[in-house]
Ligand binder design. Structure first.
Ligand code: SAJ
Length: 422
């Protein structure tokens, strides 16, 4: 029976490598579409949790996993790929310390797939990466055993669009872009993903799909940098950037609101655009918007530390020795995710200036990052008046902004969160 027939009859077995914020929701979507799913992860704890239907991903409840117990199983053993008709690769694509892309996780996953690749198998790469990765990195490794793409097996790229915590768009309902190495590859990818998701958006190649994803996240990084620079310009003009943005945002067309902040965090926006600029540098092209956006966004923690210094200075208080309470360390509101969080930079910079820094974050009880180990202040009502300066970095919805304004001696608000107080 052909792959397309197996997919049509829901008899195809789906492998998913990487059971994180992308892979686990994808596993659920495929299982709910009727497929048997074999999850693969190097983290034995994740594997055990999935096999006990205990979810560790906020977008997937344990109840939902339990309802799919007959269809989803997980293992650390890649040999399970021998029984899979398709496999999606949902592994991290971080940056190295040098700022270069780290595609080592893609390479190791691809090498494992190559060991078990068999005729009729579909491979889909989902991890965000630079244009060309699928055909330059994955394809040669998969063809090493003699199988030919488009004839013996199929290879596609389909970017993940998971926004953890978002309720209005899910893995099943978010349109899914996909590009195949050959038309037969695309047909196989469309058939499989079309069974699990509502809207499939075919494009002409894997590179077009890779580039579409990078455009999505570069669009955000550049626009966030632009409003961060607007903040700096409004300061020079003695204007309230938040008032200006709110006014501009009343334009019903041709405008999309972004807001200044402490800098950008998360696993996507600070990193994905740098994959694109790195690739273009190898082609002797400078992606100026990406580089400028990264420069501006990366400088925001320092900008806010200077604001704090100036605010204390106005009270004839040096930063050195002052107690500074950082409100929120997660990279954005209502999440516990610390990755690339600018709060960590702000804490580090304040510590370098001799401040006594404490933090409060209801989503992050403690953290240990780059040699910084801290515990969240347990009693906010006591911590607020004890601080010489309170810095709002993450505008979690649970904060009581009126209480913060009332009980704080000095507030530096990187999110204009106190506007809610009025
Ligand atoms: N940020 C600002 N100003 C803004 C928007 C964001 O300073 O106007 C900051 C946030 O605080 C955060 C960083 O930028 O630190 C990134 O924010 P984000 O809203 O882009 O949130 P992410 O990183 O969770 O982005 C995800 C992305 N999802 C994927 O890549 C799969 C992105 O594509 C989504 O568009 C975004 O969620 C979303 O729309 O919420």
């Amino acid at each position: 029976m052909s792959l397309l027939e197996k997919i049509d009859r829901r008899e195809a077995v789906m492998g998913i490598i990487g059971l994180g914020y992308v892979g686990l929701p994808l596993a659920v979507a495929c299982a709910e579409a009727g497929f048997q799913v074999r999850g693969i992860d190097i983290d034995a704890e994740k594997v055990a949790a999935v096999n006990h239907q205990e979810s560790y991903i906020e977008d997937v409840t344990s109840e939902r996993l339990a309802s799919l117990a007959e269809r989803i199983s997980a293992t650390t053993d890649y040999a399970v790929l021998a029984e899979c008709d398709a496999v999606s690769v949902c592994v991290p694509t971080p940056l190295r310390k040098t700022g270069d892309p780290d595609v080592s996780y893609i390479i190791s996953a691809t090498d494992q797939i190559a060991r078990y690749l068999h005729p009729g198998m579909l491979v889909v790469l989902e991890s965000t990466t630079y244009p060309g990765t699928t055909t330059e990195i994955a394809l040669p490794r998969l063809e090493e055993g003699g199988l030919r793409v488009g004839e013996d097996f199929y290879l596609c790229f389909s970017p993940e669009r998971v926004d953890p915590g978002r309720k209005d768009w899910t893995t099943q309902t978010t349109p899914k872009v996909i590009g195949g190495v050959t038309p037969a590859c695309l047909a196989a990818g469309e058939a499989l993903y079309g069974a699990a998701m509502e809207t499939i958006v075919p494009v002409s190649s894997p590179a077009a799909a890779e580039m579409a994803k990078l455009l999505e996240n570069t669009f955000r990084a550049v626009n966030i940098a632009m409003v961060n620079e607007m903040l700096l310009m409004c300061e020079k003009l003695d204007l309230d950037v938040w008032e200006v943005i709110e006014a501009a945002a009343t334009k019903p067309f041709g405008f999309m609101k972004f807001t200044p902040g402490p800098g950008i965090g998360g696993h996507c926006i600070p990193i994905d655009p740098l994959y694109l600029s790195w690739k273009l540098k190898s082609l002797k092209f400078t992606a100026r918007f990406i580089d400028l956006a990264d420069e501006i966004n990366s400088a925001m923690p320092e900008y806010w530390v200077v604001q704090e210094q100036a605010a204390l200075n106005a009270l004839v208080k040096p930063v050195k020795g002052s107690q500074i309470l950082v409100l929120g360390v997660a990279y954005k509101k209502d999440t516990s995710d610390l990755r690339e969080s600018p709060a960590l930079d702000i804490i580090h910079l304040l510590g370098e200036k001799g401040a006594v820094v404490v933090y409060h974050d209801p989503y992050v009880s403690a953290f240990n990052h780059d040699g910084m180990a801290m515990i969240s202040e347990p009693d906010l009502a006591a911590a607020l008046p004890a601080a010489d300066c309170v810095v709002i970095v993450t505008d979690h919805s649970v904060y009581d902004w009126a209480q913060i304004a009332r009980q704080s001696r000095l507030v530096v608000d990187t999110r204009n969160a106190l506007r809610d107080r009025d």
